[in-house]
Design a binder for this molecule. Structure first.
Ligand code: TYD
Length: 394
């Protein structure tokens, strides 16, 4: 049974940045009601109104994995670890994006799956076999390679509505002793950080270890190891094998994480109601901070025009009278406007940041990297505003 626990209001598509032409022509944006529910059987947390994938992942999808130094370093280290631990003959990546991970593997030993044509083009150009399709059983049947012994996917499987078909398609192509490694934002972290902005149209599911165990069981798969990552505000990397594969034992970290999830009440509906109340409080506090600063005529901008920010700004009804513009380094976002709020996005430039008294940390998940980069701004009295875990000025 799916029980609704959170209503984040009417929201635009999170990664659908508007062009100047869209603004001038008053192009109609697509909005949806963002509500979140909890499956009492599988413990899976999902949004309730799903937007068809074809509308979201088109040839203009702006997210680029290689844009942040944090992600690049993390992928390089992971590629090394994969070779050291599993030494795969053939790796298949679901959601290969701009090749941030796959570039660390030989072209003969890797297959990319990437439905966004603009991104698929990048790995094709690099010389990798790339299927520009959605991951489903039709595609799995099309793949001829019989020696796929490692499947990797980061921040993609949570974007797929039919989660059962994801795993049945994986089982279809994976060798008997093959391994699935998937990483996704962790619901436990989301809970602890009151990071309600993990929810938007692309993040259909926010997984926990508890839910993954329940979902893969049906396909005779099991989680045998996990790693905690600091990417995307706290993620889990799951190492999954067939139950019949005795090469690896179940690591104690799996038991510990499961215990922590249960201790935090991830299996109880009452936990989700408490979370909802914290989210409502968070909205109230963030609005108060903005209002107080605006009354003092402070200049506030945004730092990192993230998809997550779209959830926060639209939920809290913060518009461009309050937040003047966003700064971002992603070429596909620069010169565009934030969905729903129409706040403009300018290319990152230190002097533009220095003009601001306060910068709302849209990319709170990359806080360490940003704070290191902006030591000078902070030293000169510049301040950041964050809503994680509670709204405050830092
Ligand atoms: P991301 O982590 O992908 O979050 P989401 O999935 O919610 O969109 O987005 C990080 C954004 O922050 C990305 O657009 C790049 C931007 N960014 C900067 O503009 N400057 C920086 O120094 C860093 C680290 C990121």
């Amino acid at each position: 049974m799916i029980k609704k626990f959170l209503d984040l209001g009417i929201q635009p598509l999170a990664n659908r940045y508007l062009t100047k032409k869209d603004i001038l022509k008053k192009t109609q944006e697509l909005f949806y009601h963002l509500e979140v529910g909890f499956n009492t059987r599988t413990k899976l947390v999902s949004i309730l109104n799903k937007i068809p994938s074809k509308i979201i992942f088109d040839d203009k999808y702006p997210y680029r994995s290689s844009m942040s130094q944090t992600m690049k370093i993390s992928f390089k280290k992971l590629a090394k670890d994969i070779v050291n631990i599993y030494n795969p003959h053939m790796i298949l990546e679901i959601g290969s994006n701009d090749g941030a991970l796959i570039r660390n593997f030989s072209k003969k030993k890797a297959i990319c799956i990437e439905p966004c044509k603009n991104l698929a083009k990048i790995t094709k150009r690099m010389g990798y076999k790339t299927y520009s399709n959605f991951w489903d059983i039709q595609l799995a049947k099309k793949i001829k390679s019989k020696n796929i012994d490692l499947i990797y996917s980061a921040n993609t499987l949570s974007h797929i509505n039919d989660i059962s078909s994801v795993f049945s398609s994986i089982v279809h192509v994976l060798t008997d002793d093959g391994i699935l490694i998937m990483e996704e934002p962790s619901f436990l972290e989301c809970l602890k950080k009151v990071a309600y902005d993990q929810f938007y149209n692309e993040h259909i599911h926010v997984f926990s270890l508890s839910s993954i165990i329940n979902l893969v069981k049906k396909f005779n798969l099991e989680v045998f190891n996990i790693e905690k990552l600091n990417t995307h505000g706290g993620s889990l990397r799951y190492h999954i094998k067939r139950v019949s594969n005795n090469k690896f034992e179940i690591d104690n970290k799996v038991k510990i994480q499961l215990e922590q999830e249960l201790m935090n009440g991830i299996d109880k509906y009452s936990t989700y109601i408490k979370f909802k109340n914290k989210v409502i409080n968070s909205k109230k506090k963030l609005k108060q901070i903005f209002l107080r600063l605006k009354k003092k005529n402070k200049k506030i901008i945004g730092y990192g025009a993230t998809a997550k920010s779209t959830t926060v700004l639209n939920f809290c009804n913060i518009k461009n009278e309050t937040l003047e513009y966003f700064l971002d380094t992603t070429p596909g976002k620069i010169g565009k406007y934030m969905p729903g709020t129409h706040i403009s996005i300018k290319g990152y430039n230190r002097s533009l940041l220095n003009e601001a008294d306060y910068a709302f940390l849209g990319a709170w998940n990359l806080k360490e990297e940003i704070f290191k980069k902006e030591r000078r701004y902070i030293k000169n009295g510049g301040k950041f505003i964050t809503h994680v875990p509670v709204p405050k000025i830092i």
